[in-house]
Design a protein around this ligand. Structure first.
Ligand code: GRF
Length: 239
C-alpha cells in the first residue's frame, strides 16, 4: 500500500488516523477496508478503546496498534484523556474518528483537537440526538431516517455536519431491522467522509509548507496527489 512521500520538504504522506471504539467495531472494519485502496488518503495507525471490546480484538488481529485505556470512575476521565492525548501525539495522529466510542470527551480535549475529531451518529442530525435513535424514529413516526458524520464539538451530537445518508422507514419495520439497514449506510458514509476530510488535511499541510509559485506548480504536476486540487496561485491562500 502506498503511504505517500516527502518531496522538497513537503509532506505528501497519507493522513494518520486513530479510531476510538467501545463496542463491536463494524465502522472500524469498514474504515479499515476503505483505507486498503492505494489512492485512499488516510491510514488507520491506532485504535483506542475504553474497554476490552470486539473492536479492539479485531484491530489486534489485523495488526493495528491497539490500546485499551480504561475509565474506571468518573474522576478517571482526566487521566484517560491525558493518556489518550499523549498517545495520539506520540503516534503523529492527525485525525481522530469516533466509531461507537461511548465516553463523552471533555471540552478541553475537544478544544485541543479542534476540527480533528469526527463522529458518526445513527440519525439525521439535528434530529434524534442521543441514544436509541432507531426505536425513537419509529415511535415518533418519522418516515425518513439515516446517519450523519459530523465534526465533534463541546456539545454532544452537534458540530458541523459533513455528510448524511438517508433511507425511508418501511411500514411495520422493527428497530433492529432499521438499525441494520442504517448501519450499512454508516459504513459507506464514514468511508466517504474520511476520504474527503483526509484530503483536506493533506491539502492544508501542503499549502502551508509551499513557499513559492514554482514549488506549487511542481507539486500540481505530481500525479497522483492524495489531496484536493491545489490552488493555482499562492495569492489568496485557501488556508
Ligand atoms: C453506530 O451505530 C454508530 O453510529 C454509533 O455507535 C454505533 C457503533 O457501531 N455512534 P460499531 O461499533 O461501529 O459497529
Amino acid at each position: 500500500m502506498s503511504q505517500g512521500f516527502m518531496t522538497q520538504g513537503v509532506d505528501l504522506r497519507k493522513c494518520r488516523v486513530a479510531v476510538l471504539v467501545s463496542g463491536r467495531g463494524s465502522n472500524l472494519r469498514a474504515l479499515l477496508e476503505a483505507t486498503r485502496a492505494d489512492d485512499f488518503p488516510a491510514t488507520i495507525d491506532l485504535v483506542v478503546s475504553d474497554r476490552e471490546s470486539d473492536g479492539c480484538v479485531f484491530a489486534r488481529e489485523v495488526d493495528i496498534e491497539t490500546c485499551v485505556i480504561k475509565i474506571r470512575a468518573t474522576n478517571d476521565k482526566k487521566n484517560f484523556e491525558t493518556k489518550l492525548d499523549k498517545l495520539l501525539r506520540s503516534r503523529s495522529i492527525e485525525l481522530v474518528c469516533l466509531a461507537g466510542f461511548m465516553p463523552i470527551l471533555s471540552p478541553s480535549f475537544v478544544d485541543a483537537w479542534r476540527a480533528r475529531i469526527l463522529n458518526i451518529h445513527p440519525s439525521l442530525l439535528p434530529k434524534l440526538r442521543g441514544l436509541n435513535t432507531h426505536k425513537r424514529a419509529i415511535e415518533e413516526g418519522h418516515t425518513e431516517h439515516g446517519c450523519s458524520v459530523h465534526i465533534v464539538t463541546e456539545k454532544i451530537d452537534e458540530g458541523e455536519i459533513l455528510k448524511q445518508a438517508s433511507l425511508t422507514i418501511e411500514a411495520g419495520e422493527s428497530p433492529e431491522g432499521l438499525a441494520e439497514r442504517v448501519l450499512k449506510l454508516e459504513h459507506e458514509l464514514y468511508s466517504q467522509v474520511l476520504d474527503s476530510y483526509a484530503r483536506k488535511i493533506i491539502t492544508r499541510k501542503i499549502v502551508k509548507s509551499v513557499t513559492s509559485q514554482e514549488q506549487l506548480a511542481e507539486l500540481q504536476s505530481l500525479e497522483p496527489l492524495q489531496a484536493e486540487p491545489l490552488p493555482t496561485s499562492m495569492v489568496g491562500r485557501l488556508y
